[in-house]
Design a protein around this ligand. Structure first.
Ligand SMILES: *[C@@H]1O[C@H](CO)[C@@H](O)[C@H](O)[C@H]1NC(C)=O
Ligand SMILES: *[C@@H]1O[C@H](CO)[C@@H](O)[C@H](O)[C@H]1NC(C)=O
Ligand SMILES: *[C@@H]1O[C@H](CO)[C@@H](O)[C@H](O)[C@H]1NC(C)=O
Length: 391
């Protein structure tokens, strides 16, 4: 079939030229490409030709940093950057990545990867930065009321070492940028921490605290916000009222705790009794007080009565046993603390030992009017059962 002059001539050739012109593609990572110091890094550069399979014949690849040639294929040349290398095997698969062993600060810069696959030529470039972004970690914001405390903000795993770590309270800088800085001798990365010291009171309860970290690897400062979670340990007291050979009344008072959620109850031979108590009352200093009472009318001194208090400040409930003797017999009033069954092990293995102050024969003004009274109390300092000696 014949076609006209126009249709016959150069269209197929032109199309072929166009497609071969666009056939070779080089791809490099987006800029900046971040890598860690002292690491061995492959700077990525891959190429493909949609019109032909890659063969080494007619292929040439040149890596430069700025104007300086770092590696070249196929030329044998002495690398100015020791260890910089491409792999012939990878090139055959269209992978012109450049190995830079043991990255140094001096390796930072703009790299170009130029590929010639005769007759085409194309290149890609990107900036290599030796940078690692910091991770922020905050210490626990659970603090005891009216006790000097510290909250730590740690920025870790960053590079280079210039950083600013600040503490803010309601948007205003309270401390910083002072902090301690350490470099990990293994990977060359840095850690920094800043400490916020405070003696929290209720005015701090609604304040918004934040730790702000600025570093060159970050487009905008990293900020971790939090509110303090104030806590106060209650003091516990157990009051017993004995009339003749009968244990008439038991009262358990938890005083000065915060926040207000609490459960105060009585166990008779480890069985929880229906409670008679008060919802938490606010004390003048802002903490709470709660009590629970039972009237056991008990005759048998071997039956155990234990006041159990559950509060978020302890991981397991705190217990205070009431001991009594029928009146007239030798009176022995004593107390100890039991931190839940699971923790008995810790006591026996001697990992830790807490003693509550024993207060003997202390009477309580409100219940003094009746018979012989005794109260047993567990005062501060009490520690949560899962203090750092555990687990
Ligand atoms: C190119 O080779 C390097 C080194 O083996 C490898 O890390 C990289 O993943 C390869 N790139 C591709 C796209 O296969
Ligand atoms: C904190 O804010 C809450 C809600 O706005 C308020 O109910 C509470 O009383 C405040 N606490 C203090 C200690 O100011
Ligand atoms: C608040 O008052 C109670 C009762 O007077 C006391 O036991 C507690 O220690 C006080 N707490 C603080 C944080 O001042």
């Amino acid at each position: 079939m014949r076609t006209g002059y126009c249709g016959a001539f150069p269209w197929p050739l032109l199309l072929l030229q166009q497609s071969t012109w666009a056939a070779l593609k080089v791809s490099v990572p987006p800029s900046p490409f971040r890598a860690l110091p002292f690491s061995d890094v492959w700077l990525p550069c891959t190429f493909s030709d949609s019109a032909r399979p890659i063969i080494l014949q007619g292929l040439s690849v040149t890596w430069k940093r700025g104007d300086q040639v770092l590696a070249k294929y196929p030329d044998k040349f002495k690398p100015t950057r020791p260890g910089a290398a491409m792999s012939t095997e990878l090139l055959q698969a269209g992978n012109a990545s450049l190995l830079l062993p043991q990255l140094q600060d001096t390796d930072a810069g703009v790299y170009s990867c130029a590929v010639i696959f005769t007759p085409e030529k194309t290149e890609g470039s990107f900036e290599l930065k030796l940078e690692a972004k910091p991770q922020i970690a905050l210490g626990s914001p659970k603090l005891q009321l009216a006790k000097r405390a510290e909250v730590t903000c740690t920025a870790s795993g960053f590079y280079p070492g210039d950083i600013s770590v600040e503490w803010l309270k309601d948007g205003a800088v309270v401390t910083g940028p002072q902090m301690s800085l350490q470099q990990d001798s293994q990977n060359g990365l840095y850690d920094a921490s800043a400490i916020l010291e405070l003696t929290p009171d209720f005015a701090d309860a609604n304040a918004s605290f934040s730790c702000r970290v600025r570093h060159k690897s970050l487009d905008s400062p990293l900020e971790e916000n939090f509110q303090l979670q104030l806590q106060a340990f209650p003091s516990l007291q157990v009051f017993t009222t004995v009339s003749g050979s009968t244990l008439e009344m038991l009262a358990c008072l938890a005083n000065g705790f915060y926040p207000q959620d609490v459960h105060v109850g009585w166990l008779r031979n480890r069985v929880m009794q229906p409670p008679i108590g008060s919802p938490p009352q606010r004390l003048p200093n802002g903490t709470f007080s709660s009590w629970s009472m039972i009237q056991p009318q008990e005759m048998d001194p071997k039956v155990s009565y234990v006041c159990q208090v559950q509060h978020e400040i302890w991981d397991s409930p705190l217990e205070l046993a009431a001991h009594w003797q029928p009146k007239g017999e030798t009176v022995a009033v004593w107390s100890w603390l039991v931190f839940g069954i699971g923790l008995a092990l810790c006591f026996t293995s001697g990992i830790f030992l807490y003693r509550a102050k024993k207060r003997r024969n202390m009477s309580h003004p409100e219940t003094q009017n009746k018979n012989r009274l005794s109260s047993e109390s567990a005062g501060l300092p009490l520690k949560p059962a899962t203090d750092n000696t555990l687990m």
